[in-house]
Design a protein around this ligand. Structure first.
Ligand SMILES: [Cu+2]
Length: 273
């Protein structure tokens, strides 16, 4: 053990861990009030670019806000101009499918980060998730892809659900919770995201539904006043307000309508805080 600690290789390894961790900490500040963890990192083949994937939590079934950090492999400096394209894929042995995702809206990084999202629709216990990240580095003109294996956990209560529309009994939609991610007592921003399953590989954002949201505390038999039903804003995101009058176990009952037709009224999202 003593020999190992004194070995020059060990010291080099230790110093480089210090160097790289301090480097990435400096760059990790899309929101300084949050702690970011690195989910994966690796080189995108042929791009001379190191790709680092961050989130505020380990990957889970639901809407995951992700942050891609690119670094020039020679200088270690952040690459702030790039086209970043996500390709989430689940291998379930007998078949594969993708997942709803949002590529970064801009080719310019925000504080060195490219914000994006993936809505994992199943946990890794059902198969193997790979997140392909294709990079077009606009600073050196090189393009390539890195593939990350992502371990997706099922949260204690579902943060995403799917339903088949009652109006045609075939169209499948996914509804995911975006906010509140840090619930408080009082009025919270409520944000849902809705995707339509067009095929196993295509999950476009859906703006066509309306949502009626009724919060309740199932174990205490009461709801709350002054809630605002989420309405579509942009790219399948629906925004409203939810009022939590106390801490504890809350259930957001959701009724989804297409025009005046109820297409689902059996699902809810639970939030305990
Ligand atoms: Cu699957």
């Amino acid at each position: 053990m003593k020999k190992f600690i004194q070995s020059p290789l060990y010291i080099v390894a230790f110093l480089s861990v210090l160097f790289f961790s301090s480097c990435s900490k400096d760059a990790v500040e899309p929101d300084a009030s949050l702690d970011y963890i690195q989910l994966a990192s690796g080189f995108a083949t042929g791009t001379s670019t190191h790709v680092e994937l961050y989130a505020t939590d380990s990957a889970f079934t639901g809407y995951n806000k992700l942050y891609v950090l690119l670094k020039d492999s020679a200088t270690g400096k952040p690459v702030d101009k790039a086209v970043v394209t996500l390709n989430p894929m689940m291998d379930m042995t007998t078949m594969s499918h993708a997942a709803p995702k949002e590529n970064p809206v801009s080719t310019t990084a925000v504080n060195h980060f490219f914000p994006c999202s993936v809505s994992f629709i199943m946990p890794s216990t059902a198969g193997k998730w790979t997140l392909g990240i294709q990079i077009q580095n606009l600073e050196n003109g090189k393009s390539g892809t890195v593939n990350f294996t992502i371990n997706v956990k099922a949260p204690a209560s579902d943060k995403i659900f799917s339903f088949k529309s009652l109006s045609d009994n075939t169209t499948t939609y996914f509804v995911g919770l975006v906010e509140p991610s840090k619930p408080i007592v009082g009025i919270n921003d409520l944000e849902l995201v809705i995707y339509k399953k067009q095929s196993m590989m295509m999950f476009p954002a859906d703006s066509s539904l309306s949502v009626i949201m009724t919060p309740e505390m199932p174990t205490m038999n009461h709801g709350s006043p002054n809630n605002v039903d989420p309405v579509h804003t942009i790219n399948g995101h629906y925004k409203g307000k939810v009022n939590f009058t106390m801490t504890g176990f809350w259930r957001l009952n959701l009724k989804l309508k297409s025009g005046s037709t109820v297409v689902d009224s059996t699902h809810y999202i639970d939030i305990t805080f």
